[in-house]
Design a protein around this ligand. Structure first.
Ligand code: NAG
Length: 259
């Protein structure tokens, strides 16, 4: 599993909210008019415009709940094609201690700490927007669903129950792009060997009346700042970011499928 440091607990700056010093790109989001006890649903659109069809990248949005300090994540990872078809790997995780689940897509623990991790794979489409819906269906039960914005098809990623005292989703957090193999091993010359990716973080939305979403320009952070051809701009559907190099393997050793 991915190993994320939990440094956001210790510091107050926006950058410190993000996972690991080895991640690449952050992108803040917010929603207006959020009740003190949080929202019952938030939907995060993410489009992988272009990425290699192998594992390594993780594109995710983080969110917090009222009454508990630890975050949840939802997002998407590329996988190798299988049987000539694209495979996408959806993730829905809680880092909140005391989270429980009995969902077949979920297991206890998140990145080696407390929480619950859920994932599911489906035959998807690159350069298509999937909406990652995080929604409470009943008391403290949260369901993560990937919705194909072209076909309308819904794939449930997982579900879990937060502990007593937790509320709804709060009004701002940050998304990130990471090349997660570096959380385990940092190969020589790693920045120059980062595979190319181009992603759009769409503007988050909710069914709560009067709440308007914003997605801020992305920014680089971590140990490859200035070395991975990073670019970000506002586009119609949200905020685009890209980094890395076409044909790069991520290994620094010319080995393409490592993970
Ligand atoms: C992604 O889709 C957009 C709009 O549908 C299109 O303009 C663009 O060329 C596509 N990019 C890639 C890499 O396929």
């Amino acid at each position: 599993m991915i190993i994320h440091s939990r440094i956001w607990k210790l510091a107050t700056s926006l950058l410190a909210l993000l996972p690991t010093a080895l991640a690449l790109v952050g992108s803040g989001w917010s929603l207006s008019n959020v009740p003190a006890n949080g929202l019952r649903d938030v939907t995060f659109p993410i489009t992988i415009v272009e990425a290699d069809h192998f594992a390594g990248y993780y594109f995710a949005q983080q969110f917090n709940f009222a009454g508990v300090s630890d975050v949840g994540y939802t997002g998407i990872q590329p996988r190798p094609d299988s049987g000539g078809k694209v495979v996408l790997h959806g993730v829905f995780s809680s880092f909140v201690p005391g989270t429980t689940t009995n969902d077949k897509n979920c297991s206890p623990g998140a990145d080696g700490g407390p929480g619950v991790s859920c994932s599911v794979e489906w035959n998807g489409v690159f350069n298509r927007t999937y909406d990652y819906e995080v929604k409470t269906t009943r008391n403290r039960v949260w369901v993560g669903t990937a919705i194909d914005t072209v076909s309308g098809a819904r794939v449930q990623i997982g579900s879990w129950t937060l502990p007593t005292g937790s509320g709804g989703i709060l009004g701002s957090q940050v998304g990130f792009v990471e090349w997660y193999p570096w959380n385990v091993v940092v190969p020589p010359n790693h920045c120059a060997n980062l595979p190319y990716q181009k992603t759009i973080f769409g503007v988050p939305h909710t069914t709560h009346a009067g709440s308007i979403g914003t997605q801020s320009l992305s920014y680089e952070y971590g140990d490859c700042v200035g070395q991975v051809a990073f670019h970000t701009e506002q586009v119609v559907s949200g905020v685009e970011n890209n980094c890395g190099f076409r044909g790069a393997t991520g290994s620094g050793k010319g080995v393409r499928t490592l993970y």
